[in-house]
Design a protein around this ligand. Structure first.
Ligand code: GLN
Length: 285
């Protein structure tokens, strides 16, 4: 049945409010409407008496029910924002997080002109794509083991016009890459200790890929794999930048240096240690 925008908007907001899945039911509602109708948020208000046909009503209700069932808004919309740009996402890749923008900022300070980098576990491709868009002379390798995520990364590289600048590898190893060829290796590996997975927010635990979250007993399995690999791939003076879960993970990682020199950490906007930095064969002041 056709309904006015305002009536349907109220219905959806109430559904999301009742289910308690989001602290921002009205904002989520408006984002669903904006995505489906192609309106700005102001238009959602100004066109509130508009009549929506049955197809639009059915589609909005379908998306609203998914959100009410706890699915992250980004998966329902198929889109997430990162560093001011939009990226396609599906449940095969992690939803880009604002904390990861710190990793990108630190990478941009250190990536040389015409530099080559590897984004390990690229997921949606948001890290590699942002580096290439902000530093257009750079060239990137993006490595991803999950088939569903590789599809998203490819889609995002194409959408942002980056296919000529990036080599997307569907692999769980870096064996195909030659030694000492990278100016930078970076990534957001899974870092949550397995025992903490059941206690994550439901939205994360029940919908996001555990392969991108679960880092083994202490959360550091991927780092133990990655540090020696990065040491092989980096040129002398090249940088390794990795996102981590928090302060307690710094000390065990410092002991794993393996040809790399630990160069410190950076906090996120909440003051939590979020990025660790190493350099190959050269100590930074
Ligand atoms: N930051 C993510 C979360 O807290 C975890 C990402 C990761 O394990 N790399 O849900």
């Amino acid at each position: 049945m056709a309904e006015t925008l305002e009536t349907l908007r109220r219905k959806v907001a109430e559904l999301l409010f009742r289910n308690g899945v989001t602290e921002t039911p009205l904002l989520d509602t408006d984002r669903l409407f904006c995505a489906l109708l192609g309106y700005s948020r102001a238009e959602i208000w100004s066109r509130s008496r508009e009549l929506l046909d049955e197809v639009h009503v059915a589609r909005i209700l379908y998306m609203a029910r998914r959100r009410a069932g706890g699915e992250p808004l980004a998966y329902v919309l198929g889109e997430a924002g990162f560093y001011g740009r939009s990226f396609a996402v599906n449940p095969g890749c992690l939803v880009p997080r604002p904390e990861t923008e710190i990793l990108v900022e630190e990478a941009l300070k250190r990536l040389p002109e015409r530099g080559t980098f590897l984004d390990w576990g690229t997921g949606s491709g948001c890290i590699a794509a942002t580096l290439l868009l902000e530093c257009p002379t750079a060239r990137g390798f993006a490595l991803e083991a999950s088939p569903r995520a590789v599809v998203m990364a490819w889609h995002n590289f194409r959408r942002h016009g980056l296919l000529p600048a990036v080599t997307l590898l569907h692999s769980s190893t870096c064996d195909a890459l030659p030694s000492a060829c990278m100016d930078m290796v970076l990534g957001n590996p899974p870092y949550i200790p397995t025992a903490q997975i059941p206690f994550l927010m439901r939205e994360v635990r029940d919908f996001e890929p555990h392969s991108a979250l679960d880092g083994g007993v202490d959360g550091l399995d991927a780092y133990r794999f990655l540090l020696p690999v990065a040491s092989r791939l980096l040129r002398p003076g090249g940088w390794l930048l990795l996102e981590i879960g928090g302060e307690e993970q710094v000390a065990p990682l410092r002991d794993l240096e393996d040809g790399l020199v630990f160069c410190g950490s950076r906090p996120d906007l909440n003051g939590h240690i979020r990025v660790l930095l190493w350099r190959k064969g050269e100590k930074m002041a």
